[in-house]
Design a protein around this ligand. Structure first.
Ligand code: ATP
Ligand code: MG
Length: 563
């Protein structure tokens, strides 16, 4: 099916209607228009999935267009990372890679045309004065004293602006619309400003730059975009978008607004993300705690999980906030199918099995993925000394603790039943540093020949064969649902989770895992999903915890169904 017959969201509904009425002759051209002033985040992923998804569903095309009209904040690094991220998400813009800066010449001509038609003027007010004259929602604005310059005077001044004769901030080109318009965007908006800055693509060719509003719609028009899908904050800009196309009498794209993505425990504005980086709260754009696409990728997210997530959250016109638990649920769903199971001990406690012969090694057969038996089995070496998780032992077990404690028997996964007989403590700190245990030789494979059951199963790694690794355990970057919701006098950064990254420096992993390549993903039994960090080497392996196993979304969903 190419034509989306049944519209699954309101944008698809509009396009289906347009195709029926022949508004664009059945053509569908969308675009994803990032400003290259930062790395993409998961909010952008929603827009990418929507725009490229529309093109795919309606047999159209989606352009990637850099809205690069602000040289002061834009860089090639961002242009490159954005392309990498869109490709990684699984989308292809083909030949349709564009830059608003390629249209600077055309936009300059459009501006000249507006001046010639008496619809734009050069204004000498300062930025502050322009703001002051604009008025507000209750008071109309005041007309600029420069508003009634002649066409000729305006043309000359604009040419001088373009020639670089004026200082930054001394002049702007403004549309002549209506200083009393209820919509503030129509109160003679600025179209061009003077900026003596080097642009990452056009160099020093232009001393003036178009404002976003003047560049965006006209770029859509130049590219014959049919449906210009953007987020709700641009709804109030639509009358201006249409005004330009109308006054210039050029191809008319249709702007459609949808609600941006918000996620709990997360901030998504680039301004905030830059603050996190500059303040040293995270280690760069691709820190695995960042909601950036590069951060999520390094964390171990798959493109499929992100696309599935974008499918599940609806495209609507009303603002809402999505639970981060839904994102993690979608991720687990995907990782569960593809990740081989392995054993890793993050916080090791040494276990000596006293009745197991020294030097003996047995192959324990373990299933790689109980959800997908085609992924096969592997052998894991079992020896006299193994590590278990510190957390799987309590000297004095609390109620309902079914794991190991003195006198108790548990199963070592797929291996044997062991019983703890005594503990060895550090003489100065009193901390338990070693368990002395015995095993039952009649429980090979983790089941007892006599049908005896144990309640606890622990994962383990042989001391002799263990791979030493660093494991970084991540949690939400913010402790509160909406980090931006702070009382007077406090700062959103106060909501940063101090435990968002816990580094386990002496983790012990089953043999072979030092050979795993950066980006490879595993489920560590009982602990969660992990992936190899980009900085990992066979000599110094580093793993990131992508997500824990416990699925709070599934639980909340059950609760919802009960009520
Ligand atoms: P930010 O607010 O994070 O700084 P932005 O909107 O300034 O982002 P752009 O590069 O201008 O970033 O965005 C490119 C496209 O992505 C725009 O069409 C924008 O509407 C869309 N977009 C940005 N953030 C979100 C979001 N949270 N949800 C959905 N779409 C978004
Ligand atoms: Mg923006």
């Amino acid at each position: 099916m190419t034509q989306a017959e049944t519209s699954v969201d309101f944008v698809r509904g509009i396009i289906a209607d347009d195709n029926r009425s022949g508004k664009f002759g059945g053509r569908v051209v969308t675009r994803f228009p990032p400003e290259p002033n930062g790395y993409l985040h998961i909010g952008h992923a929603k827009s990418i999935c929507l725009n490229f998804g529309l093109a795919a569903d309606f047999d159209g095309v989606c352009h990637l267009r850099f809205d690069d009209t602000n040289p002061s904040r834009e860089e090639m690094e961002f242009v490159e990372s954005i392309q990498e991220d869109v490709r990684w998400l699984g989308y292809d813009w083909g030949d349709n890679l564009f830059y608003a800066s390629d249209y600077f010449g055309q936009l300059y001509e459009y501006a000249t045309k507006l001046i010639e038609n008496g619809k734009a003027y050069v204004c000498d007010l300062t930025g502050d004065e322009v703001r002051e004259y604009r008025g507000n929602l209750t008071e109309p604005g005041k007309e600029s004293p420069y508003r009634n310059r002649t066409v000729e005077e305006n043309l000359n001044l604009f040419k001088s602006m373009r020639a670089g004769f004026f200082e930054e901030g001394s002049h702007t080109l403004r549309a002549k619309i209506d200083m009393a318009a209820p919509n503030l965007n129509l109160r003679d908006p600025v179209l061009y400003r003077i900026l003596k800055q080097t642009h990452h693509r056009t160099g020093d060719e232009w001393p003036i730059y178009p404002m976003y509003d003047f560049a965006h719609g006209q770029s859509d028009s130049i590219e014959n975009v049919t449906h210009s899908v953007c987020t709700l904050e641009f709804e109030d800009h639509r009358p201006l978008y249409d005004w330009f196309l109308n006054e210039l009498d050029i191809y008319r794209s249709q702007q459609i607004e949808f609600a941006r993505l918000n996620i709990t425990h997360t901030v998504l504005s680039k301004r905030r993300l830059i603050e996190l980086i500059n303040g040293g709260y995270v280690n760069g754009w691709d820190d695995p705690r960042m909601p950036t696409i590069s951060g999520l990728r390094r964390r171990g997210y798959t493109p499929e999980a992100l696309r599935n997530f974008c499918d599940r959250i609806s495209v609507a016109r009303r603002d809402n906030t999505v639970e981060i638990a839904l994102l993690e649920h979608t991720l687990r769903d995907d990782l569960n199918k593809r990740s081989p199971r392995v054993m890793g001990v993050l916080d090791p406690l040494k276990v000596v099995i006293e009745n197991y012969p020294e030097g003996k090694v047995e192959d324990i057969i373990s299933t790689n993925n109980p959800e997908d038996l085609t992924m096969g089995e592997r052998n894991v070496p079992f020896t006299r000394v193994v590590y278990i998780e510190k957390d799987d032992f309590r000297e004095v077990p609390p109620p309902k603790f079914y794991r190991l404690s003195p006198g108790r028997e548990v199963r070592l996964k797929d291996a044997y039943y062991i019983t703890c007989n005594s503990v060895v403590k550090d003489e100065t700190t009193g901390e338990v540093i070693e368990l002395r245990c015995t095993y039952d030789p009649n429980t090979f494979g983790g089941t007892s020949a006599d049908g005896r059951k144990v309640r606890g199963t622990a994962h383990w790694v042989s001391e002799e064969y263990a791979v030493d690794a660093e494991v970084r355990v991540y949690d939400h970057l913010f402790t509160t649902l909406d980090p931006d919701d702070v009382p007077e006098g406090s700062d959103w950064k106060d909501n940063i989770n101090p435990d968002s990254m816990v580094v386990m420096e002496s983790a012990k992993l089953e043999p072979g895992l030092n050979q795993a390549k950066p980006g490879e993903r595993f489920q560590f039994l009982r602990l969660g999903y992990f992936c190899v960090d980009k900085d990992s080497t066979p000599e110094a392996p580093i793993f990131n915890r992508t997500v824990a196993l416990r699925d709070t979304w599934a639980r909340m969903d059950q609760d919802r169904k009960k009520n």
